[in-house]
Design a protein around this ligand. Sequence first.
Ligand SMILES: *Cc1c(COP(=O)(O)O)cnc(C)c1O
Length: 415
Amino acid sequence: MGHPVGLKCVLCGEEYKPGSVEYTCPACGLDGTLDVLYDYKEAARTLTADALAGRERSLWRYGELLPIADDANIPRLSVGWTPLYDCPEVAREYDVGRLMIKDDGRNPTGSLKDRASAVGVARALETGQRTVACASTGNAASSLSGFAAVAGLRSFIFVPEKAPVAKITQLLVYGANVVLVRGDYADAFNLATAAIDRYGWYNRNCAINPYLVEGKKTCAMEMAEQCGWDVPDTVFIAVGDGCCISGLYKGFYDLKLAGLIERIPRIVGVQAEGARPIHDAFKSGADRVAFGPADTVADSISVGAPRNWAKALRAVRESVGDMTVVSDSEILSAIPEMARRTGVFGEPAGAAAFAGFRRMAREGRIGRDEKVAVVVTGNGLKDIDSAKKAVGTPMVSAPDLEDFNRQLERSGLQC
Ligand SMILES: *Cc1c(COP(=O)(O)O)cnc(C)c1O
């Protein structure tokens, strides 16, 4: 497995030895998130396309570039190697060369967050921790609770009181200690950070704990491998706190340094109109993100105070990427459109990435021969109330063929 050789602050560039720093850069504080660095030459000796062909179909196939030393600490749930679907009809409709959908809602607890939790829980075991904790808009929480359960760790989870009921129920089912915080995600984050500090729990927050983005980066690695190492030109992903987009960039970056790919795709971050601080900072060329309001149907990206803003901005800028915003009605209409056209049912934040693709394609901001991938970060069953707003109601019939026939005529449907 992998052996990180350094941790480097994304803001000041200072490097630290692994083990000498726990979470963020001591000089820059909470904003100074750290990159995990490897000996890429060493990794490239065994991490080859041929070697990969024979490995297990999970994120652990990229072990040389993951921060876990001992296989014994790997949780039993199978994470990653989610499908990348080719969608030629949709590509034709939007006049792009190729469109692919990465269905990360297929992970064990239903979201991309499982990639981070798998690595986080393995790190907690490796460092001898017994209790893990995080604040979350919902999915990081349900994911952590699932992985803590299989690893035999205790978990404390802080979520905003308005998190969808499916996600809160998932936490309780897995046996997490759940704290519904009266407030928004920023309030949950602050309370979790203070509690983690006081009680010495292991911090599974992607914006704080540098090893968690290492799990998320495997989504990019898989896409590269699934494309035969000829990476997409452009990748769309929804952005809240900024960790998933940072993970995409890091995954492509690591593969490039290990010599497996030649270039990093253009990474496009999609935010909701009601929660757009990273978009606005990118568009105005600011070097810091000003926190703003968070109001969107897409709870997973309802983040006004993104904690991983520095890495997120870097992901977009260094990849020569872009940002776009989509309205709640665009997000809601993308849910059934994507499900009907590609078969993938995403939660609002997952569909937001597709809505961002759709908007940029309509605005002519995607080339006609570009190969595009859209990452669907979470499963549609996570938030049924939002999905219901985007669809009609079913026909109701008595258990009787004549009544059914009357209803059919009333509905105007052809039979
Ligand atoms: C967490 C999450 C996001 C956003 O990821 P960030 O790292 O917070 O930017 C998007 N979609 C889903 C489904 C998520 O759970």
